[in-house]
Design a protein around this ligand. Structure first.
Ligand SMILES: *Cc1c(COP(=O)(O)O)cnc(C)c1O
Length: 360
């Protein structure tokens, strides 16, 4: 068996290369590389796909978070509740605008922020809650909404997941390994508030509406026309890719992976950005995967409350028991839209041989 990567992005886009090249040439012909029809077209199509009022293209998913926080005037002294079992950018964005990330623990089944723990951490200084739809599984936004605070959904891993982007603002990343990806960096904000959307459009362009007057201290954070052109080709294929991811997830279970480790619990809206099992034998299984040239990742270890850059927040081991347990146990296996049954069978065979839970 040839080596199996953790994510094979090229396998997804390879059949589209002629179309991508044509879009590249078309963009070169127009000479318009910043804003223009490709960006406007993608923003419109993506907003329609998500069922949101407006799409605002930005440079990456991290900027998307920072811009939303800034536009909501969240800053010094304000608290924003988020998970610690997520990519660093979630909390980094909060800290970047001068606000305080307040970490809530996760639900051990969904791995998403636990609304009951969020409730305990709300103070008069809490200005927003930032749930993450981790690994493509929708967080419980309905429960979070009941607290009456603005929700900023970090949906970087969840383009195409069901029931997301219903809040005032949601953010997306088009980093090449995400479910919907660009051929470089890119991001988007989905807004359901016209005034906020207008402010975001200005903020991403130096706080200006028309290049002459500058009304805010803003940013230079735009989605390139070239990336927008690529994204317009990928978007119609997203549902197919996400469907293939869901099938691959079901197949891992059918192949008996559940005898070796705890599998992610399915739900209809889950788009399996990652397929992560939980195991107390992680080192042992990881060594076998490395030996067999199978790609894998163990994410968010250490979790964010134990990261050096955020030590000033005073986090300590033991603060977030479910987060810390997930951090020590998660093992993300090869997953993309189009992984073959043979590849998955090989992954399961390798894990089966390495696991002490299987004797036969
Ligand atoms: C990828 C990711 C981001 C950051 O996106 P970039 O485009 O890399 O800046 C933010 N949050 C989460 C949860 C992510 O997975």
């Amino acid at each position: 068996m040839p080596p199996i990567p953790h994510v094979d992005v090229k396998a997804q886009y390879a059949p589209l290369i002629p179309q991508l090249e044509a879009a590249f040439s078309r963009t070169l012909e127009t000479g318009r590389f910043i804003f223009g029809p490709e960006v406007e077209g993608f923003e419109r199509e993506a907003a329609e796909y998500l069922g949101v009022q407006q799409g605002i293209g930005v440079a990456n998913g991290t900027d998307a978070l920072v811009l939303v926080l800034d536009a909501l005037e969240i800053g010094a002294g304000d608290e924003v509740i988020c998970p610690a079992f997520t990519f660093y950018a979630t909390a980094e964005a909060i800290a970047r605008v001068g606000a305080i990330p307040v970490f809530a623990d996760i639900d051990p089944v969904s791995l998403n922020i636990d609304p009951a723990d969020v409730e305990l951490r709300i103070t008069p200084k809490t200005k927003a809650i930032m749930p993450v739809h981790l690994y493509g599984r929708p967080a419980d936004v309905a429960a979070l909404r009941s607290f009456g605070l603005p929700l900023i959904e970090d949906a970087a891993q969840a383009f195409g997941a069901a029931g997301i982007a219903t809040s005032i603002a949601s953010t997306f990343s088009f980093f090449p390994t995400k479910n919907l990806f660009a051929i470089g960096d890119g991001g988007m904000i989905a807004a359901n508030d016209a005034e906020l959307a207008e402010r975001l459009r200005m903020l991403r362009f130096h706080g200006s509406r028309a290049k002459k007057t500058f009304e805010y201290v803003g940013y230079n954070s735009r989605l390139d026309a070239l990336q927008a052109a690529m994204l317009r080709i990928f978007l119609p294929h997203l549902d197919g890719w996400n469907g293939a991811r869901r099938e691959a997830a079901a197949r891992y279970a059918e192949l008996g992976l559940g005898e070796i480790a705890e599998l992610p619990v399915d739900e209809p809206g889950h788009v399996y950005h990652m397929y992560c099992i939980r195991t107390t034998e992680r080192d042992q299984l990881a060594a076998a995967l490395t030996e067999a040239e199978i790609g894998f990742q163990s994410y968010y270890d250490p979790p964010l409350h134990l990261q050096p850059a955020l030590a000033y927040l005073g986090g300590a081991a033991g603060d977030l028991p479910e987060t810390e347990k997930a951090s020590a146990e998660n093992l993300c296996l090869p997953m993309w839209g189009g992984i073959s049954e043979e590849q998955q069978q090989y992954v399961v065979d390798v894990l089966r041989k390495a696991s002490s839970l299987v004797t036969s």
